[in-house]
Design a protein around this ligand. Structure first.
Ligand code: AMP
Length: 278
């Protein structure tokens, strides 16, 4: 079957098949990370829908909404190559009514860590994801662990609001040198890219330690050694479900997450650690 491009909600209704649907929400500028999500989606349902929508609600006033990469033609080639059934690519006006009033609040969990640096970001993410769920009506939706707090909040939303969609998390896809793939990597110069490698190096340094204090310290040391071109935002070691900092006696899974600005580009990365009891 040929790829169907649905540019508005009417097209989307027409494109919907009879069986189970797996949804992969994206903002486009698709890369290998997105492709891995599509493959996972393919293994889980009869029809795969990929949404490509740069969501203005999740960008702050000083963020990169207008210059966010938009590469729709090559995104379609990627989706075609991955055997995607439907690409949903609505305009902002088609998604958001001019007189819209109601939106979701992510709550306290949306205000910490990444949410502290990006006020309102997760409210915008949850609002668009719930709208996409209602429009596409998938039984499964696939999200990357690369955006660990987003994944945790979507799981929280689905639980709190009884949303009948199974949430599947997918591992982070990296370049050979460790840099996590991101649509924003294309902003990086070759020099920036070398500095950006400190993020994944810091996570690996943390992985080599056993206790929370030492894990945070090892990661911070690597980031400090990257020099003044890396402007560190945070290094945290948090509970994967709540994103609150774990204590020194924590056992079980924890997420070591980092965010930093390199020039004008803000990058995030994380790794899941399994801490053994003391
Ligand atoms: P984005 O287009 O950046 O909003 O991302 C769309 C989806 O792709 C989200 O669920 C991301 O977590 C996921 N994603 C982004 N980068 C990666 C990566 N390097 N590996 C796996 N998933 C990713």
């Amino acid at each position: 079957m040929d790829l169907i491009v649905a540019r508005n909600r009417e097209d989307l209704v027409k494109a919907r098949g009879g069986g189970e649907v797996a949804l992969v929400p994206t903002m486009g500028a698709l890369h290998e990370g997105h492709r891995s999500l599509m493959r996972l989606a393919r293994s889980r349902a009869d029809q795969v829908v990929v949404s490509v929508f740069v969501n203005p609600l999740q960008f702050g006033p000083n963020e990169d909404f207008s210059r966010y990469p938009r590469t729709f033609d090559s995104d379609l080639d990627v989706c075609r190559a991955e055997g995607v059934d439907v690409v949903f690519h609505p305009s902002v006006d088609d998604m958001y009514l001019p007189d819209r009033q109601v939106s979701l609040l992510a709550g306290r969990m949306g205000e910490i860590v990444e949410g502290e640096s990006r006020p309102g970001h997760f409210d915008g993410v949850l609002t668009v994801v719930l709208k996409l769920f209602n429009l596409v009506q998938p039984s499964v939706a696939v999200f990357g662990q690369k955006d660990a707090q987003q994944l945790a909040l979507i799981r929280r939303m689905v639980a709190d609001l009884d949303v009948p969609v199974e949430i599947v998390g997918a591992p982070t896809v990296r370049e050979h040198d460790g840099l996590a793939l991101s649509s924003r990597n294309r902003y990086l110069s070759e020099d920036d890219r070398q500095v950006a490698l400190a993020l994944s190096r810091a996570l690996r340094a943390g992985e080599a330690e056993r206790r929370p204090g030492a894990i945070r310290e090892a990661a911070r040391e690597v980031l400090a050694a990257a020099g003044p071109r890396l402007d560190l935002d945070y290094v945290v070691l948090v509970d994967p479900a709540t994103f609150s900092e774990v204590g020194e006696e924590h056992a079980g899974e924890a997420v070591l997450a980092v965010a930093a600005r390199i020039g004008a580009t803000r990058l995030i990365d994380n790794v899941i650690l399994n801490l053994n009891p003391a």
